[in-house]
Design a binder for this molecule. Structure first.
Ligand code: ARG
Length: 595
């Protein structure tokens, strides 16, 4: 379906042309004076400069031509006001028709993109052998939403978890394991294999081994150097260490999969830094051959600074003097692999914004070296920190790093308490509902902020059933479901689908406000994806939920005596529910049956 903005613009264009002006001035935008109008066109002001006339005269002419079109079904009112604004109101009949069309259209009238793109979304970024903590939460939540949005719009989205599975943590674990269990065959130089199938540790042991090793390396230089050497050995393919690495991967990845599944986050690819390894050698050679990479103090670097830079961008380090590859090396080699496998039209990286410089360097090298085409968008969606109420990065009460599982437990408990306050459901039901609503509270609390901003994790606010929160949105959906259920119990015969097609022109202002918002669905979705901004979906559904609740407050839906009117109301709220459900689905949130 055409977007209502485009439909309005078409009318305005025709009126500008008919009045003797270029139609490029016919842009329509949402009103910034909702008390006066619903949409507006400010084009007369710009046209006035071009044609050396008074804006209000142009606005008046355009409005006349809008009105003189005889029955013009899109607008019910178009008014020129000083200094030259054109205030617009949509016709009730047009809106009702639009809502009806949404109801019967595939995807509620969302159109497929002109040119579907293949898009890599690099998100998650968990580090193998380290437990997920809240820092990984944002990457997972935001990335999942971007991926779902693009996929729903019709793009070929490929979500890659891009595990941190190749760094120093591996050497640390190997050496710590050696200290603890020197008798293992992996440390016996004369052992010729085959290596055992069974991992020499469980996930809980592994989760304890890494922090211990990491702490040790901070005070013990010798240990740190051993870990470093072990990492190099692993990267060069030393079989016993490869075997340990396989165990670490198997144990850790199955645990990670479980954790991400609990968050309703799914990846298409479970690749990691290690997968880039085979591409590194040729890539470095290519960078050298092209004259881009050069030696500097024994290391290999690529200059990336440009004349237009406003801040200093240091050269990108490709190889250390000891031959070790770096974070940038593996990210670049990963791009080589992705180009080979998918030829992406776009890259989106959802990573902590403190890594912005790293990605700037990597993107520049990728383009300079021709690994990626010059015009392929590489988007770094850097997110801010989740802070505690003290404004510092979120910690446990004891001051440690909060584990993700623990955080979810806490929020579920808070929701559970709230549900039990009302005591309308059994304890069991309250528990299972709290798990669904808790996750929604957490995700919505995150996604409703612009990604780049830091935000405060406020469990009180996030779990509140009022205000701009996940539970409020879910509560609104549940409320609509229960009205529709009652309507059916009372003998409302018509199927949901049929009812939505019977939406009549509105009679009240809150009803119209609701319809106006519903009609923006396709525009909001397209925009949110184009701007990689899930918070715009949150903003929209918050307004929509508010609009529904005002309408519900103003209207006796089930007590309505006019049968056709009642059906129209039911149709309208049913469509509202579908729009809300579609949007929360894109945020990775589900609604419970009751709450
Ligand atoms: N593992 C990294 C970290 O925890 C994040 C990975 C982000 N993605 C990437 N392609 N570098 O910091």
């Amino acid at each position: 379906m055409n977007k209502i903005l485009d439909m309005m613009e078409r009318e305005l264009k025709q009126a500008f042309t008919a009045s003797g002006y270029e139609d490029s001035f016919a842009k329509v935008v949402l009103s910034n004076r909702p008390d006066l109008c619903e949409y507006q066109c400010n084009g007369a002001m710009a046209a006035a400069k071009a044609y050396k006339k008074k804006p209000i005269d142009i606005a008046n002419q355009v409005v006349e031509h809008l009105a003189s079109g005889g029955s013009h079904p899109v607008f019910s009112e178009a008014e020129a006001v000083m200094p030259g604004f054109i205030n617009l109101k949509l016709s009730d009949a047009f809106l009702a028709e639009y809502a009806g069309a949404m109801a019967s259209a595939d995807k509620l009238g969302l159109e497929a993109p002109e040119k579907p793109e293949t898009v890599i979304v690099d998100y998650g970024g968990a580090n193998v052998a380290k437990p997920l903590h809240v820092g990984h939460l944002r990457a997972a939540i935001i990335g999942e939403s971007i991926k779902r949005m693009g996929r729903f719009l019709g793009h070929h989205m490929i979500g890659d978890v891009h595990l941190g599975d190749w760094g120093l943590q591996m050497g640390l674990i190997i050496e710590e394991l050696k200290d603890r269990k020197p008798e293992l065959v992996y440390f016996d130089e004369s052992f010729e294999g085959p290596f055992p199938q069974e991992a020499p540790f469980t996930i809980s042991e592994l989760e304890e081994i890494y922090p211990a090793a990491s702490a040790k390396s901070k005070v013990d230089e010798v240990f740190k150097e051993r870990a470093h050497q072990a990492t190099l050995k692993l990267q060069r393919g030393y079989a016993p260490f490869r075997a340990i690495w396989q165990h670490i991967m198997a144990v850790s990845v199955s645990d990670l999969k479980k954790n991400y599944a609990n968050l309703n986050v799914e990846f298409d690819l479970w690749k990691g830094e290690s997968d880039a390894e085979p591409y590194i050698g040729d890539m470095i050679q290519m960078l050298v051959d092209k004259g881009l990479a050069y030696e500097s103090q024994g290391a290999l670097v690529v200059d990336v600074a440009q004349d237009t830079d406003t801040k200093e961008i240091p050269p990108c380090l490709i190889r250390k003097s000891d031959g070790a590859s770096l974070y940038a090396t593996s990210d670049l080699a990963t791009i080589v692999e992705r180009e080979q496998d998918f030829k992406p039209d776009r890259y989106i990286y959802v990573v902590d914004k403190r890594q912005g410089m790293h990605f700037e360097q990597v993107f520049r090298v990728a383009k300079r070296a021709g690994i990626v085409k010059e015009d392929t968008p590489m988007i770094f969606l850097g997110f801010g920190t989740m802070n505690g109420k003290d404004g510092k990065p979120f910690k446990t009460r004891e001051g440690g790093v909060m584990r993700l599982e623990k955080l979810i437990e806490e929020i579920n408990e808070a929701v559970y308490q709230r549900i039990m306050e009302n005591r309308t459901v059994s304890e069991d039901e309250a528990r299972s509902t709290a798990a669904v609503v808790g996750l929604a509270a957490l995700k919505y609390g995150d996604l409703s902020n612009q990604a780049a901003k830091d935000y405060v994790f406020d469990i009180e606010r996030f779990t509140s059933f009022e205000g701009n929160t996940g539970p409020y949105i879910l509560y609104t959906i549940v409320r609509i479901k229960s009205i529709i259920a009652k309507y059916r119990e009372n003998g409302g015969q018509v199927s949901q689908d049929a009812v939505e097609k019977k939406i009549l022109a509105c009679t009240g202002s809150s009803e119209k406000a609701l319809m106006l918002l519903l009609a923006r669905y396709n525009e909001v979705l397209e925009n949110s994806f184009a701007e990689t901004a899930p918070h715009k979906i949150c903003q929209y559904i918050y307004e929509l939920a508010n609009a529904f609740n005002s309408f519900y407050h103003d209207t006796k839906i089930l007590a309505e005596e006019d049968e056709a009117r009642k059906e129209s109301y039911i149709g309208l709220i049913s469509l509202t529910r579908r729009v809300l459900e579609s949007c929360i689905g894109l945020l990775g949130i589900e609604a419970p049956e009751r709450m």
